[in-house]
Design a protein. Structure first.
Length: 282
């Protein structure tokens, strides 16, 4: 039995990041502006690195695609280096402002954040229940985020709570799975994990993502966190909802948690177990 009421056991857990294991604000107010401000300087410094050349080519293609779709605010990327840097920086600012999930930009952000974490400029922060729960789970855990794999890796490795990447088997991104509100992405995800969709539990803060996962046969849990958008009544009525990640613990996990020696971390865990349920799911 899972900690989620009425739920069957599951064999794999897939976690969203923003609004699920960390605040939306960290991503929007810290990470995005950090990358946006440093795009030009970063590109100038790393222009001749092969992996950055690939990112530039990707953004060039993404820009052409967005222009072809009719977005007249996107710049076509200039052919010489200096022009390309300026054009990419402008497009990154514009896409960031509109919160568009442009794959090339996501790749670039991942590389810029990597430098930020390495220099100590950036430190990620998880919701307090996350790390203690990750440590207790026996099923394989995956992430699926709009951020690139590198961005997820760096984020998870550099949290105030320690190295959370240790607990994640694989980090799926837009580049390998596709957009998070589309049915096909979750078919692909189950395929990549190698388990039947109905044995996979997907946790997110976004109703449309939960709905897309469910159409592919997955189970979905909606997370209610400080700073998230309010869920609709429809979402509250039709999905399992929880206030923290202790909701994914199975009955056996919970029993094990209660037998743990008392430490600040096991105290956090027990507090999370007591408080994950939403009023509708008593
Ligand atoms: Mg999210």
């Amino acid at each position: 039995m899972s900690g989620i009421e009425g739920a069957r056991p599951y064999d794999a857990l897939v976690l969203d990041l923003e609004g699920t294991i960390c605040t939306i604000s960290f991503v929007r107010d810290v990470l995005f502006p950090y990358a946006s401000k440093r795009t030009e300087a970063f590109l100038r410094k790393n222009l001749h690195e092969p992996h950055i050349k690939e990112v530039i080519a990707r953004i060039r293609a993404d820009s052409a695609e967005e222009i072809a779709k009719g977005d007249r605010d996107v710049r076509s990327i200039g052919s010489n280096d200096e022009a390309a840097i300026g054009d990419i920086a402008k497009n990154v600012k514009y896409w960031t402002k509109k919160d568009l999930k442009i794959p090339g930009m996501k790749e670039l952000q991942g590389h810029i954040w990597k430098e930020g974490y390495a220099s100590g400029d950036l430190t990620a922060e998880l919701f307090p229940d996350v790390m203690p729960v990750l440590k207790q789970l026996l099923v394989p855990i995956y992430t699926y985020s709009s951020g690139s794999r590198e961005a997820q890796e760096q984020f998870l490795r550099h949290t105030k709570e320690g190295d959370a990447a240790l607990y994640i088997r694989y980090k799926f991104s837009l580049a390998d799975i596709g957009h998070k509100r589309e049915h096909d992405s979750y078919v692909k995800l189950a395929d990549a994990i190698g388990k039947p969709a109905q044995n996979i539990l997907f946790v997110t803060d976004i109703e449309e993502e939960a709905a897309a996962a469910r159409t592919a046969g997955m189970r979905a849990l909606l997370m209610i966190r400080p700073g998230n958008l309010d869920l609709t009544q429809f979402a509250r009525d039709n999905f399992e909802c929880a206030y923290n990640l202790a909701a994914v613990l199975t009955k056996e996990d919970i029993e094990r948690c209660y037998s743990l020696r008392q430490t600040p971390e096991s105290d956090l865990l027990r507090a999370a177990i007591k408080s994950y349920r939403t009023p509708q799911k008593k």
